[in-house]
Design a binder for this molecule. Structure first.
Ligand code: HEM
Length: 413
């Protein structure tokens, strides 16, 4: 009998830790399970095994992104107003993704390495000598937005505002960041905005201003590319640009930050693994993959069944929500031997932190990898020891596995 207390929806259940014990139980006993939800949502299939998750992500004919990719059930009007490429199926998705994909290939990203390293050093030079820091505020949250801003063409002085607005959007269930806590307040006035968040209005207004500047004066950046881009002879509409801009700011910022924080925490909690890395810095690329598997910053995404089908022995009906839990697939014992062990030498490590093979596989995965890799290559040789001086505070979210605060005392090498 499966435990009756399993509740993957309530964001409070992620405040202390990811409820891995439930995911383990689900993988073993009911890997595709119908999960109820509070009104007005109707419930969803929770898919927790690696192979089933892969199947869902790859089969876009059966499992569609076009009705939204988060748990929230949206009306067709809401989906349409908020749509960006992440909530589209091929071929429309393919055309939109092609507009930007060239900037994020492995070889394009390799060219940013010098810049990423320079920024990582800058961040560390400023933060580490302070001795006692909130690692999230001073280190992990600084790097991703700087890199993204450079690619998109956002001026440096506007970065703090972009961080704040991006946080307010994606962390919409956490009262520290959100201006309208999604499961506690009436957010209907914001239902046509990404993440149902009022912060999106400001981020879009900022995007408009930047777009207008780039229309007048084109530069070598992504915003210039987007405002001049054409799909089938047509420019992106204002709404399409807005949603694209918000998607990039949100997707590229928080997730990578949390990966860096999870990496630091995991190394503090597994001192033997840290020692292995110290003795053999050539292992940092493998450690980066393990940090990404261990941290899994995006815990799930959703699809909607387009037709009746079968998955993991269960009958799925057309219109049902199907939610794939990367955070569970990444601990699937059938794919990862000793899956609950943090092993900086794990090889192979086919984690699904960025999705797995489907057309939506993370656009920014090479960039995120590079940022985590460079940060740890720069950080580890500078540290002799680190200890926590207070509690690690986690984000209130069932979607993002996030660390908000991590107070540390550092001794430098
Ligand atoms: C550790 C950091 C990151 C994690 C964990 C992450 C995770 C993901 C996941 C799970 C998906 C959906 C995959 C699927 O449905 O198959 C995704 C899509 C996406 N990611 Fe990331 N991501 C990260 C960093 C980034 C960065 C740096 C960017 C920079 C722009 C980015 C931009 C996007 C975009 C635009 C999509 C939508 C792609 C599409 O619909 O075709 N992500 N990401």
């Amino acid at each position: 009998m499966i435990s009756t207390d399993i509740d993957l929806v309530n964001p409070d259940n992620y405040l202390e830790r990811v409820p891995h014990h439930w995911f383990t139980e689900l993988r073993r006993s009911e890997p595709v399970m119908w999960h109820g939800e509070p009104e007005p949502n109707r419930g969803f299939w929770a898919v927790t095994r690696y192979r089933d998750i892969e199947e869902v992500l790859r089969d876009t004919q059966t499992f569609s992104s076009a009705s939204g990719v988060t748990l929230e059930e949206q009306t067709p009007e809401e989906v349409e107003a908020r749509r960006s490429m992440i909530d589209m199926d091929p071929p429309r998705h393919t055309r939109l993704r092609r507009l930007v994909s060239k900037h994020f290939t492995r070889s394009a990203v390799a060219q940013y390495e010098g810049f990423v390293r320079e920024q990582a050093r800058l961040v560390l030079d400023r933060a580490l000598p302070k001795g006692e820091i909130d690692f999230v505020e001073e280190v992990s949250r600084e790097l991703p937005i700087r890199v993204l801003a450079r690619i998109m063409g956002v001026p440096e002085q506007d970065l703090p505002m972009c961080i704040e607005l991006g946080d307010a959007m994606i962390a919409h269930a956490d009262p520290e960041y959100s201006r309208a806590v999604i499961d506690k307040e009436d957010t209907s006035a914001y239902r046509l905005l990404p993440f149902r968040s009022p912060a999106a209005v400001e981020l879009m207004a900022y995007g408009h201003q930047l777009a207008a500047e780039r229309r007048r004066e084109p530069r070598e950046d992504l915003v210039t590319k987007l405002v001049h881009a054409e799909i089938d002879g047509e420019r992106l509409s204002e709404r399409e640009f807005d949603n694209f801009f918000c998607l990039l700011i949100v997707a590229g910022n928080e997730t990578t930050r949390h990966a860096i924080s999870h990496g630091m925490l995991a190394l503090m909690e597994h001192r033997d693994e840290w020692r292995r890395l110290r003795e053999d810095p050539g292992m940092v690329p493998l450690a980066t993959e393990e940090i990404l598997r261990w941290g899994t910053p995006t815990m799930h995404f959703r699809r909607t069944a387009r037709r009746d089908t079968e998955l993991g022995g269960k009958q799925i009906r057309e219109g049902d929500k199907v939610v794939v839990w990367f955070v569970s697939g990444n601990r699937d014992e059938e794919v990862f031997p000793d899956a609950d062990r943090f092993d900086v030498g794990r090889d192979p490590n086919p984690h699904m932190t960025f999705g797995s093979g489907g057309p939506h596989v993370c656009l920014g995965m090479h960039l995120a990898r590079l940022e985590v890799l460079v940060m740890f290559q720069e950080l580890l040789p500078r540290l002799k020891d680190v200890e926590l001086t207070g509690p690690v505070e986690r984000l209130r979210s069932n979607f993002i596995n996030g660390i908000k605060h991590m107070p540390l005392r550092l001794s430098l090498a």
